[in-house]
Design a binder for this molecule. Structure first.
Ligand SMILES: NC(=O)C1=CN([C@@H]2O[C@H](COP(=O)(O)OP(=O)(O)OC[C@H]3O[C@@H](n4cnc5c(N)ncnc54)[C@H](O)[C@@H]3O)[C@@H](O)[C@H]2O)C=CC1
Ligand SMILES: O=C(CO)COP(=O)(O)O
Length: 325
């Protein structure tokens, strides 16, 4: 199975490196020809994944037509760009493996739903989990969820993408896998705020646990399964992203917690902090589904510039309730 990767940011490049293990040929599409040129000439991606030597069997291209020869395509652009980029790609009946984490603004569709609408003949899979790109690219042990409704394809993709340090766990719950990855980015911003404002470890653990209850409520309402939400792509990724400044979302939250504005923090970023885009869409999607998500709502308010003390105070002053989802 010849693998093509769409998107040469940190995660697309790391996934190309995984798929190229054992010197298997992989084609990596970069929007910017200069990025493709740098990858081909230096076998590295200094802009998005510095200090990692890439396999010479990765060939970078910037012409979408070059992806026509591939057997399966991994989609790894920022979530808000998936629709526009996929519309330019020669997909047809090729499987699409969605690796971006988010919900599309305006339509409130998960990335898999966006792909299905544009390429209705392409089978859909989702690869998601606790995966900092630089660790995966450095060959550190990593496990992911690989979701696909079609059993044969699920098996084939798992076998093709597995590597000695990279272990996919299979499920047919595509929706559940997508929802975990999208929502954890919003919650990670909240945990970063807790860190930046010095609110302590108890508060961070409370936010992770109550945030997970929100993720589960929303995931079940959209048709995902509880076991997926409690797995690698849900709880696993939530714990990772809520624990480290290696996360762009957590770091954004740290800045907010220190009193800087979202506009200021986002203005000097080349790399994507998906939670900032997902939060307002999630607020609408939750209202539409009738799901109460107070922690995600608090993150929206913080991104809009509300004061940390006021937002945390309002969260804590909510009526007391029973624990559970
Ligand atoms: N970096 C990580 O550790 C992980 C990231 N992800 C997800 O993968 C997706 C991509 O993230 P990264 O690779 O980290 O992003 P990045 O910020 O490193 O790079 C983004 C890439 O997308 C390109 N890009 C930006 N806007 C575009 C547009 N409008 N059209 C086409 N290309 C565009 C940029 O040129 C760049 O190549 C996100 O949804 C992220 O949540 C998932 C797992 C791990
Ligand atoms: O999705 C990720 C880890 O699984 C990467 O997290 P950040 O986008 O917050 O860096």
């Amino acid at each position: 199975m010849r693998i093509g990767v769409i998107g040469a940011g940190a995660w697309g490049t790391a996934l190309a490196q995984v798929a190229a293990h054992g010197n298997r040929p992989v084609r990596l599409w970069a929007r910017d020809p200069a990025v493709a040129e740098a990858i081909n000439t230096t076998h590295s991606n200094p802009l998005y994944l510095p200090n990692i030597a890439l396999s010479p069997s990765i060939e970078a291209v910037s012409d979408p037509a070059a992806m026509a020869e591939m057997d399966a395509l991994l989609v790894v652009t920022p979530a808000q760009a998936v629709g526009a980029v996929l519309a330019t790609m020669p997909v047809g009946p090729k499987p699409l493996v969605l690796c971006s984490k988010g919900i599309e603004a305006g339509t409130r569709r998960l990335v898999g739903e966006v792909a299905r609408a544009i390429h209705p003949h392409a089978p859909i899979a989702v690869l998601s989990g606790p995966t900092f790109a630089h660790e995966v690219a450095a060959g550190l042990p990593t496990a992911v969820t690989l979701a696909c409704e079609e059993a044969e394809l699920r098996k084939a993709l798992s076998a093709r993408l597995a590597a000695p340090h990279f272990r996919p766990y299979a499920t047919d719950d595509v929706t559940g896998a997508e929802i975990g990855g999208a929502i954890k980015n919003v919650l990670a911003i909240g945990c970063g705020v807790v860190e930046g404002a010095g609110l302590g470890q108890n508060a961070r653990a409370a936010l992770i646990a109550r945030g997970f209850a929100e993720m589960t409520r929303f995931g079940l309402a959209r048709g995902g399964r509880a076991e997926t939400l409690a797995g690698l792509s849900g709880l696993g990724d939530l714990v990772l992203t809520c624990s480290s400044t290696a996360s762009r979302n957590f770091s954004l939250g740290v800045g907010l917690g220190q009193g800087r504005s979202a506009a200021d923090l986002l203005s000097d970023r080349r790399t994507v902090a998906e939670g900032a885009f997902t939060a307002p869409v999630l607020r609408q999607a939750a209202a539409e589904a009738g799901v109460d998500m107070p922690v995600c709502e608090a993150v929206c308010r913080l991104l809009e510039g509300a004061a940390v003390g006021e937002v945390i105070g309002a969260l804590l002053a909510r009526p007391l309730k029973a624990e559970g989802v």
